[in-house]
Design a binder for this molecule. Structure first.
Ligand code: URP
Ligand code: ZN
Ligand code: ZN
Ligand code: ZN
Length: 466
């Protein structure tokens, strides 16, 4: 069994900051101790990692990715291999990706397909949520089976009629099923029926540029759907997790529900915190790089998101990593914004962008760890194996250099996509050494992991519910 000692760093978790050395034995964290005790460990270890001046934090948990997802006639450009490698570069050691049910097909078929794509490919550990896109008797029964296999969360869409869309009755039924099996229901809360009307009207008026994607996906249609999802979840008496929250209006619905004790949880994503409609309106067709749903918003929405991250009305930051190359993929929507594949890359950049918020005084270091690692680990049933630095936890550890300045760029990133949404942005902080279950996968600027190291995570039910 290999033994590694991480020495001299500041261990930062969601709840404390302590100067401690961390002993890793095999795949697990064995012990934490001060320098006198750890001095005695030095002789018995295979490797000592010097972490002086560094933070030692639990590996990031990105609860929202779409590796090689089929969408709009193409596939997200990161495979499980390239996407999980990029995640590792950025200090993320767990992803939870979305397996998808096709219309008219069983959940089993979709889940098997995603397992087949991911198995033997991943650099870090991975789990699956399941997207429900054809809710009926069979699907409801299958949900119970999947929960038993560690797929303990189900995403539904109030958007994308004819593709992933579920109507309110179907959503209610799936929520009632979740009430029985303990699964977490996740919602893409945008009123897709109304949006499609606005899309048609926009195109008929000759409004075909990417910026109209933001205009037709009105924030009130996000707020309305968020409100409806919350009320449906209250009727079914289940908790709800709202994905990719982007607007002041949607946050207000979540806050109001939480204020009366409703178990509603929500995430936002770096793109909503750091990018705006101005990016969507970039000249030429460049705005297409910034097409995602929910869409980017005017800058004033960002203050509401930051505030909600501080008050915990937003408790997770995930990426919704869904990369499509500008050339040939985003270009599918030239002359018709509604044909631009939706999604923004970011799995590699999340920890650094959020750390920038620490540097800028928006959140604390502990909150950084909580939002990016500990809460998603609890929310998606992998804590304390993930998201914690305690004896017995998986040794998914990032030695993070809080002073390393670098510039985010497609020239230097490792995601398999031809642009970086944050191109040219200077950030302070970078993952220096990354361990996944005790194996060093990033070693001071070098990738030393391997595909197939990452294992499937059989997840428990949401730990905020038990
Ligand atoms: O634009 C996005 N978010 N693409 C990925 C699919 C989704 O709705 O999460
Ligand atoms: Zn979505
Ligand atoms: Zn998504
Ligand atoms: Zn970097």
């Amino acid at each position: 069994m290999s033994r590694t000692l991480i020495r001299g760093g500041l261990v930062v978790t969601a709840t404390e900051e302590i100067l401690a050395d961390v002993l890793v034995e095999g795949e697990r964290i064995a012990a934490l101790a001060g320098p006198e005790t750890s001095e005695q460990w030095v002789a018995g270890v295979d490797r000592v990692l010097d972490a002086s001046g560094m933070y030692v934090v639990p590996g990031g948990v990105d609860g929202h990715t779409h590796m090689q997802m089929p969408f709009g006639g193409t596939y997200a450009s990161d495979t499980f291999e390239t996407g999980t490698r990029a995640a590792a570069w950025g200090g993320t050691t767990t992803i939870v990706d979305f397996a998808i049910q096709s219309r008219g097909r069983a959940l089993r078929e979709g889940l098997d397909a995603w397992h087949a794509e991911a198995e033997g490919e991943c650099a870090v550990d991975y789990g699956f949520h399941m997207v429900l896109s054809d809710i009926g008797e069979q699907t409801l029964k299958e949900m119970d089976t999947l929960v038993g296999e560690g797929v303990t969360s189900f995403k539904m869409f109030m958007a994308y009629p004819g593709v992933f869309y579920s109507d309110d009755g179907q959503i209610l039924e799936a929520m009632q099923q979740a009430a029985g099996n303990g699964a977490l229901t996740m919602m893409h809360a945008e009123n897709g029926i109304a949006i499609d009307v606005l899309v048609k009207q926009a195109l008929a008026a000759g409004h075909t540029d990417p910026k109209y994607h933001g205009q037709v996906r009105h924030p009130l249609l996000e707020a309305e759907a968020t409100h409806r999802a919350i009320q449906l979840s209250r009727v079914a008496d289940v908790p709800l997790y709202v994905v990719h929250v982007s607007s002041t209006d949607a946050v207000a619905e979540i806050t109001a529900a939480r204020d009366v004790g409703t178990p509603v949880f929500a995430e936002t994503c770096p793109q909503y915190l750091f990018l705006t409609v101005d990016d969507l309106a970039r000249p030429g067709f460049e705005g297409a790089k910034y097409v995602c749903s929910s869409p980017l918003r005017p800058a004033e929405h960002q203050e509401s998101l930051w505030r909600a991250l501080r008050t915990n009305d937003l408790s997770v930051v995930s990426t919704d990593h869904c990369p499509f190359c500008f050339a040939q993929q985003k270009e599918l929507g030239t002359g018709d914004f509604s044909k631009i594949p939706n999604g923004i890359p970011g799995v590699e950049n999340r920890l650094d962008l959020l750390h920038q918020a620490v540097v800028d005084g928006r959140i604390s270091r502990r909150r950084w760890v909580e939002l990016a690692s500990t809460t998603p680990a609890k929310m998606f049933g992998v804590h304390p194996r993930k998201g914690a630095i305690v004896p017995g936890a998986d040794a998914d550890i990032v030695v993070y250099d809080p002073a390393a300045e670098h510039v985010l760029s497609a020239e230097t990133h490792h995601m398999n996509v031809d642009y970086n949404a944050y191109e040219g942005r200077r950030v302070t902080g970078s993952a220096r050494t990354v361990l996944s279950r005790g194996q060093v996968v990033i070693d001071s600027g070098e990738y030393v992991g391997r595909k197939g190291h990452g294992r499937y995570l059989q997840r428990s039910t949401c730990q905020y519910l038990s």
